[in-house]
Ligand binder design. Structure first.
Ligand SMILES: NC(=O)c1ccc[n+]([C@@H]2O[C@H](COP(=O)([O-])OP(=O)(O)OC[C@H]3O[C@@H](n4cnc5c(N)ncnc54)[C@H](OP(=O)(O)O)[C@@H]3O)[C@@H](O)[C@H]2O)c1
Length: 317
């Protein structure tokens, strides 16, 4: 097969230790392309590259590629790219991988069951040496509300419906999904929150969703509801969350994402008895699967010249 001589740079954050693994996997998935880690690009390579594959790249590195037409992120969340590339003509393609959606749906089911079966309470009772069974609640009597019905929200909703939960979801555009009560708009959000026992956040971080879960919105949840945030930390107002947990209005929060990551050692979330803390691990990208998807998009671009852009800068996701 004839090799395409225009290189495809792979650009990651400075401290990313997975660069060699990514370059090898992408090269395996695209034997007719030349995948080059950013630090190994020649001046000519930088001059000629029209597409780059990126994992949270330093925007200054992108500025060193004057012919760049689009970037393919190997992450699903692209809020930093959207901000860094605002006002430029560079297209953004984000990772849409059914394997990632299945991993997230598994995490959502696992932590929903953790809350549904009262694990935080039993853990607290164990620590106090208390032998006290709680009344069983069937999943059919438990309402789960999902913020965001995109790739990850839809897969998660389907898993929860299968497990017997009452499931509602909220999105920007109205939707219709089997077994899921679909809502949209401000009224839809208020309706969903008022009837949600376990709230799962799977929204992208945008200007419209930053700080969405604040005192007013959290206050609409029934007393004793719980939150799972697997999206982005900044969607939640930390002070409002802490107040809701302190008062017991919110019974528990499972937090995988934070405004600052890694979460600083002095952050209140580490010690809060009503918080289960995860190190941004609910759905990691599978390198081989992602490389295959990126390869399909690059091949289509080489064949048609069309950029498979699936991120709209104006809406922010
Ligand atoms: N913790 C982790 O390990 C991890 C891993 C991967 C991804 N993530 C996070 O998960 C997020 C979601 O990923 P995805 O692939 O499911 O995204 P997606 O396919 O773009 O779906 C986003 C969903 O959110 C809805 N939405 C966006 N803005 C909204 C608004 N202002 N009001 C109401 N609904 C809104 C969209 O509505 P429409 O359907 O109407 O467009 C859509 O349903 C990513 O952005 C990323 O931050 C986390």
């Amino acid at each position: 097969m004839k090799r395409n001589d225009t290189p495809i740079p792979f650009i990651a954050a400075e401290r990313n230790r997975e660069v060699p693994a990514w370059v090898a996997a992408l090269q395996r998935a695209m034997p007719d392309e030349r995948i080059v880690a950013f630090k190994d690009l020649s001046l000519d390579d930088k001059e000629n590259a029209t597409v780059a594959i990126v994992a949270n790249p330093d925007p200054l590195r992108l500025k060193e590629l004057p012919s760049l037409r689009w970037v393919h992120s190997v992450w699903a969340g692209v809020e930093r790219l959207v901000t860094d590339l605002a006002g430029s003509e560079i297209g953004i393609v984000r990772l849409v991988d059914p394997k990632l959606a299945a991993t997230m749906a598994e995490a959502v089911l696992a932590w929903t069951l953790y809350l549904h079966r009262e694990m935080p309470t039993y853990l607290a009772q164990q620590r106090q040496g208390l032998w006290r069974p709680l009344a069983y609640v069937a999943p059919q009597s438990r309402s789960v509300g999902i913020l965001g019905l995109g790739e990850l929200g839809r897969a998660s909703a389907a898993r929860l419906v299968d497990a017997g939960f009452k499931v509602c979801g909220w999105s920007r555009q109205p939707k219709s999904l089997a077994g899921v009560g679909c809502l949209s708009g401000a009224d839809g959000l208020a309706t969903m929150l008022a009837q949600t026992d376990i709230l799962v956040c799977l929204l992208p971080l945008t200007a419209a969703t930053r700080g969405l879960l604040a005192a007013e919105t959290l206050g609409r949840l029934p007393q004793g509801a719980s939150l799972i945030n697997f999206a982005r930390g900044a969607i939640v107002d930390d002070a409002a969350l802490r107040a809701a947990l302190d008062s017991g209005a919110l019974a528990h929060a499972v937090l995988d994402v934070f405004t600052v990551e890694p979460l600083p050692r002095e952050a209140w979330q580490w010690q809060h008895p009503r918080v289960t803390l995860l190190p941004h691990c609910s759905a990691a990208t599978d390198i081989a699967s992602a490389a295959h998807i990126v390869a399909c998009n690059v091949r289509r671009y080489r064949e048609t010249g069309e950029i498979p852009a699936n991120v709209e800068l104006a809406r922010g996701y």
